[in-house]
Design a protein around this ligand. Structure first.
Ligand code: KG4
Ligand code: ZN
Length: 359
C-alpha cells in the first residue's frame, strides 16, 4: 500500500503517491512561478493563498494518476520544516484532515532531508552512508554529513544569502525574469565566465565550511550601477551575458570549494546533492568533475527531483519503518534554525513515536 506525500514549504504545491519500495506512482507539481514573477521573488502571502486554492486539486490529480483509491493509502506525509509558515500550514492542515478521515498514520518530514533523499529515489542503493550532503536551493545552502536518511549533521552553510537567492537577485539586477536561476543559466551560455573576476568569499578559507553570497550579489549590483552613479547603466546584450556567466562561475566555484573541503574533512566516499540550484548545468558539470577528481560517487538527481517536488517525500517510508509517526498535535517548524528544530522535535519525540504493533 502506498503513501501520499505533500510538499508546500515554499511556492510549489506538490503531491505524490509512493509505494513501499520507493516506487513513485505519481508526482504532481503545481508551480506558482507565474504568480510571483512580477515581484521577482516569492511573496509569502500570495504563496499560501495559492496553496489553499491548489492543494485539493493537486492531491486529487496525484491519486488519480497513481490509479489508486484514497482508501488504498497507508499513511499521509507532509513536509513540516523548514519553510514559509503560511505555506507549511496549508500542507499540514490538508495532511491532518486526510489522515484523520482515513484513520491512517501521519508523518511530518524534513524538506532538507527529503531533497537529499531524492538521490535514493534516483540512484537506489548507490546512496551509501556516511555521505556528504549538499542542499543548494532558493532558501538554503548547507553542507551535511549524512549518517542515515534521517540523520543529518550540519557541517556548514551560507552565512547570509542562499545561492538560489543570489541567482534570483542577480537575475533581477540584469532585468531577467523569475525564477532567476534558469534565466541566468540561459544568458550565461553566450557570455564569458572570465569577463569579471567576482568575489568568492570564504572559498579559500579551509578552516570553515561556511559560504557567503551577499558580496557576489553586490558586485553584480556595482557593475549594473557603479557606486555614486544615479542610474543603472544600459548594458549591451553581450555585457549582460558576460555578467551572467561570470556570476554563475563565481557561485559554482564557491560551492565546489566547500564540497571539496567537506570531502577532505569527513573522508566520505559519496556525495548526495539536491535543491533547485543543482538543476544548473554548470554546477552539475563541476560537481561531476570534482567527483572524478576525488574518486567519489557523485549523486546528482534528474532535474525534476532537484526543484521542489513531493516524490522526495518518499523519505516518509524511513519514518514509518522506524515507527516514527506523528500525533495530531504535529506542528510546523518554519525558519532554518536546525538547532531550535531539534529541541522542538525532542519535545515532540515521544508523541512522534508510534505505539509498537501488538504481536
Ligand atoms: O529547491 P527549490 O525549488 O526551492 C527551495 O526550496 O528554495 O529551489 C528554487 C531555487 C530558485 O532560487 C531558483 O532560481 C533556483 O532554485 N534554480 C536554479 C536553476 N533552476 C532553479 N538556479 C540555477 N540554475 C538553474 N538551472
Ligand atoms: Zn526546496
Amino acid at each position: 500500500m502506498p503513501l501520499l506525500a505533500l510538499e508546500t514549504t515554499c511556492d510549489e504545491t506538490a503531491a505524490a503517491v509512493i509505494g513501499p519500495s520507493r516506487d513513485v506512482l505519481s508526482s504532481v507539481v503545481a508551480s506558482q512561478d507565474a504568480l510571483h514573477a512580477r515581484w521577482r521573488g516569492v511573496v509569502p502571502e500570495i504563496a499560501s493563498r495559492a496553496h489553499v486554492e491548489r492543494i485539493i486539486p493537486v492531491i486529487d490529480e496525484a491519486i488519480s494518476a497513481a490509479a489508486i483509491n484514497r482508501q488504498d493509502l497507508k499513511a499521509v506525509a507532509v513536509a513540516v520544516r523548514p519553510g514559509l509558515v503560511g505555506s507549511l500550514l496549508v500542507g499540514l492542515a490538508a495532511a491532518k484532515a486526510i489522515a484523520g478521515v482515513l484513520q491512517v498514520p501521519l508523518v511530518g518530514y524534513d524538506h532538507i532531508a527529503a531533497h537529499l533523499y531524492a538521490c535514493r529515489l534516483a540512484f537506489g542503493d548507490q546512496l551509501t552512508y556516511p555521505a556528504v550532503g549538499l542542499v543548494a536551493s532558493g532558501g538554503h545552502t548547507s553542507l551535511f554529513q549524512l549518517n542515515g536518511p534521517l540523520d543529518l549533521v550540519r557541517l556548514g552553510g551560507t552565512i547570509d544569502d542562499a545561492v538560489g537567492e543570489a541567482f534570483d537577485k542577480a537575475a533581477s539586477l540584469l532585468g531577467l525574469g523569475y525564477p532567476g536561476g534558469p534565466e541566468i543559466e540561459r544568458l550565461a551560455t553566450t557570455g564569458n565566465p572570465r569577463a569579471h573576476r567576482f568575489p568568492r568569499p570564504l572559498a579559500n578559507d579551509r578552516s570553515r565550511l561556511d559560504l557567503s553570497f551577499s558580496g557576489l550579489k553586490t558586485a553584480v549590483r556595482y557593475q549594473v550601477r557603479p557606486p555614486a552613479a544615479a542610474t543603472d547603466r544600459t548594458l549591451s546584450e553581450q555585457e549582460r551575458a558576460d555578467l551572467a556567466a561570470s556570476f554563475q562561475q563565481a557561485a559554482v566555484d564557491s560551492v565546489i570549494a566547500k564540497v571539496d573541503l567537506a570531502l577532505t574533512r569527513t573522508r566520505c566516499r559519496t556525495v548526495a546533492v539536491g535543491g533547485g540550484v543543482t538543476a544548473n548545468t554548470a554546477l552539475r558539470t563541476a560537481l561531476e568533475t570534482l567527483g572524478r577528481k576525488r574518486r567519489v560517487t557523485m549523486l546528482i538527481p534528474p532535474f525534476e527531483y532537484c526543484t521542489d517536488n513531493a516524490a522526495m517525500g518518499a523519505i516518509a517510508w524511513e519514518h514509518l519503518e522506524q515507527g516514527l509517526t506523528a500525533d495530531p498535535t504535529l506542528d510546523v517548524l518554519p525558519g532554518t534554525d536546525r538547532g531550535r528544530h531539534a529541541k522542538a522535535l525532542r519535545r515532540h519525540d515521544a508523541s512522534q513515536r508510534a505505539p509498537q504493533p501488538r504481536r
